[in-house]
Write a protein that binds this ligand. Structure first.
Ligand SMILES: Nc1ncnc2c1ncn2[C@@H]1O[C@H](COP(=O)(O)OP(=O)(O)O)[C@@H](O)[C@H]1O
Ligand SMILES: [Mg+2]
Length: 304
């Protein structure tokens, strides 16, 4: 009989969400356990627990000032947390820079994308990681290969752009987000953070971006989708973290929450009801009261 040695768990196994053989607990791509951060006296984030897995979308929802950006900055290596544990592949880490985050496979796509509008799409795709050909004085940009790869990667994401020579500034906001997602996938991201990618977009374009979130998920990335819109989060999310004034007010698996409940939690259903009552007692304008009451009614969780 041979004795099975404890073997090292490979990154591939972790990506498939295998259990750590030493502890037999599931290892997540990323895991935050009671993470907190303050800026001077301001507690920007406290007691936040969430996980990110390969092929899953974790949504982070919250209003302005909820702490969403602070959370993302911790994960993307821009700020350090000062409470709790942030683990990558089961290993507790404090990231010192965005470079360290990238090396760990964490890529962030910010709302105000850093693109050079007048440069062609393929130049932006390879910005900072240009391919070259030849050596020494004969070294030059490998334009053809970069164009081909850009075209191929965009096509694989289902993005059909006629011409990668087109200046990226001519693309719509949604298309630019999609190019950024395809870029992160190409350069080997394992975790993709999208900070409010649909906030500035119309309904149709938001739909396009949501579709690419699913594409990234299906290609095995762990996606973190930040938004304040439950209607965008619910159809694509597997897990939902709700933040309010720096605190977690809920963390749900999709099977444990409905869109109506998510919307009600986001809108602060109870607070709206209170406001309607207050307006009425103040002899508020009846139109306004009716409007707030309608809002309250529309956010009531569905009884089942
Ligand atoms: N660099 C900073 N210095 C001081 N306070 C900050 C800083 N960044 C964020 N905050 C505060 O932390 C809280 C959470 O902000 P933020 O993470 O930006 O929220 P969100 O992205 O959800 O709107 C807010 O009260 C904000 O004013
Ligand atoms: Mg923000």
């Amino acid at each position: 009989m041979t004795i099975m040695k404890n073997r090292d768990i490979t990154q591939d196994e972790l990506l498939r969400g295998e259990k750590d053989p030493l502890t037999s607990t599931p290892v997540h791509l990323l895991e935050l356990d009671k993470v907190g951060k303050h800026y001077g006296n301001i507690i920007a984030l406290s007691d936040v627990t969430m996980a990110v897995d390969a092929g899953r979308v974790t949504c982070v929802l919250g209003d302005n000032g909820a702490g969403k950006s602070t959370l993302i900055k911790i994960i993307a290596g821009l700020h350090k947390h000062d409470a709790g544990t942030f683990s990558i592949f089961g290993e507790p880490r404090h990231l010192n820079s965005p470079r360290e985050a990238l090396d760990a496979g964490i890529a962030a796509v910010y709302q105000d994308l850093a693109v050079v509008s007048l440069m062609p799409i393929w130049r932006n795709f390879f910005l900072g990681s240009e391919l070259t050909t030849g050596v020494g004085p004969f070294k030059r940009l490998d334009v053809e290969t970069m164009k081909q790869i850009t075209k191929k990667e965009l096509q694989e994401m289902g993005i059909d752009l006629r011409d990668v020579e087109q200046p990226i500034g001519q693309l719509s906001g949604g298309e630019r987000q999609c190019v950024a997602i395809a870029r992160a996938v190409h350069f080997g991201a394992k975790v993709l953070i999208l900070d409010e990618p649909t906030a500035a977009l119309g309904v149709k374009q938001s739909g396009v971006v949501l579709r690419y979130i699913l594409q990234a998920r299906d290609r095995g990335l762990g996606v973190i989708f930040i938004t304040h819109n439950p209607h965008h989060a619910f159809p694509v999310g597997d897990r939902f973290l709700l933040l309010k004034r720096g605190k977690s007010i809920g963390y749900y698996n999709k099977k444990d929450i409905t869109l109506e409940e998510l919307t009600a939690q986001m809108a602060g259903g109870a607070e709206l009801a209170e406001l309607a009552h207050e307006l009425e007692s103040l002899g508020g304008h009846s139109d306004v009261v009716a409007e707030v009451e309608a809002e309250v009614a529309s956010t009531e969780p569905r009884r089942s």
